[in-house]
Design a protein around this ligand. Structure first.
Ligand SMILES: NC(=O)c1ccc[n+]([C@@H]2O[C@H](COP(=O)([O-])OP(=O)(O)OC[C@H]3O[C@@H](n4cnc5c(N)ncnc54)[C@H](OP(=O)(O)O)[C@@H]3O)[C@@H](O)[C@H]2O)c1
Length: 332
């Protein structure tokens, strides 16, 4: 069994959670940490048991012993950091949102092919048992035809103008941070929409803080999607079908639940509590692909990431969300 030497690029909050997942995997070696600040890299390395630490991302990417790098910097840096790692022939697992716009994601995919080096967006949902259960229920025909999807994710973080969630120059706003999940729900369960409508509300920094989206499908299905940093509705997706409703929800602790409420009165419920919040499955998939000599995952194919970011571009264009200097669509 090959032990893969993992590097962590940007040791923030999410990197801590992801590392807890890595620790569950026998073939994941906790090797190196790269931060903009050597002391932060050292703290993270010591706290989690990594062997090496670097005070720059470049040194991490250039370390010849690193096999694979997990990128968890703010959204606006995913393009730059992914390109840095790929150009140094490091396999990359990069957090969502993959980048700020589809042009950048196209270039990241091109670079992965050019370097013949693995690339995957760190999408949590496709690996989770509640997603798989909901898909299985819909495919079984038990609920009849799905007609409408209502997806939502909102919570109220403390307002800090410089925080990546509110700072436009870091790709802030609810859409790329949490609204991406209801969009993934719609793409997963219903596919690519034929029409996209969206409207947003903006906060004091100019970043989008609430967004409502409508997807229309030519066969009559619709999806209403919502995310916000101003309300606290939780995280879920109601799929309204001919014979009843499927409610797929999760807590912020990532515990998961699929509830069936049939119009007949019949009810059913499935509850899942994955270890390490279910983050280890993404790393496991990366190493499985590397074992098999593949440069792309079939669970999160790059074509899905491209579809996703193209839809997010359309949503932003409809809602007037602009990332200054990074927005070919809206600034032309
Ligand atoms: N999959 C999930 O469930 C999930 C959940 C939460 C977040 N995420 C994603 O994970 C990524 C990171 O989120 P997070 O919550 O961990 O963010 P965070 O705590 O703010 O950490 C981001 C890190 O990026 C680095 N960084 C580089 N340039 C920066 C800049 N100009 N300003 C601020 N930080 C900068 C910092 O590390 P150094 O300065 O030490 O290098 C910082 O610790 C985002 O893409 C987010 O969407 C995913």
């Amino acid at each position: 069994m090959k032990i893969y030497k993992w590097g962590i690029l940007a040791p923030g909050k999410m990197s801590g959670k992801f590392t807890a997942g890595l620790k569950m995997l026998g073939n994941a070696g906790l090797y190196a940490v790269g931060s903009r600040d050597a002391a932060r890299a050292e703290n993270f390395a010591v706290q989690h048991g990594f062997m090496k630490f670097y005070g720059s991302y470049e040194e991490l990417a250039r370390d010849p012993d690193v096999d694979v790098i997990y990128i968890a910097s703010p959204h606006s840096y995913h393009y730059e950091h992914t390109m840095l790692c790929l150009r140094n022939k490091k396999a990359v697992l990069c957090e969502k949102a993959f980048s700020l716009n589809s042009g950048e994601v196209e270039e990241m995919i091109y670079e992965s092919k050019k370097q013949n080096t693995f690339l995957m967006e760190a999408l949590w949902p496709p690996f989770q048992p509640f997603y798989q259960k909901a898909r299985e229920i819909l495919a079984s025909g038990r609920m009849g035809k799905p007609l409408h999807l209502n997806g939502y994710f909102s919570f109220i973080p403390p307002f800090e103008a410089e925080d990546r969630k509110f700072n436009i120059s870091l790709g802030g706003g609810s859409l790329l941070d949490i609204g991406i999940y209801p969009v993934i729900d719609a793409l997963t369960y219903f596919g690519i929409p034929d029409e996209v409508k969206a409207s947003a509300a903006f906060g004091p920094t100019g970043s989008e803080e609430s967004i409502s989206i409508i997807f229309r499908y030519n066969d009559g299905r619709m999806a209403t999607l919502y995310s916000s940093f101003r309300t606290n509705v939780g995280i879920g997706c109601d799929i309204l079908c001919e014979k009843g409703n499927v409610i797929a929800s999760r807590g912020r602790d990532m515990n998961q639940r699929v509830t069936l409420r049939l119009h007949s009165g019949e009810q059913d419920e499935f509850v899942f509590s994955p270890p390490a919040m279910g983050y280890h499955w993404e790393a496991e998939e990366v190493m499985k692909c590397l074992d098999e000599g593949r440069t792309e995952s079939s669970v999160v194919p790059l074509s899905f990431s491209l579809d996703l970011i193209r839809i997010l571009d359309q949503v932003r264009e409809e809602a007037g969300i602009v990332f200054p200097g990074r927005d070919r669509v809206n600034e032309e």
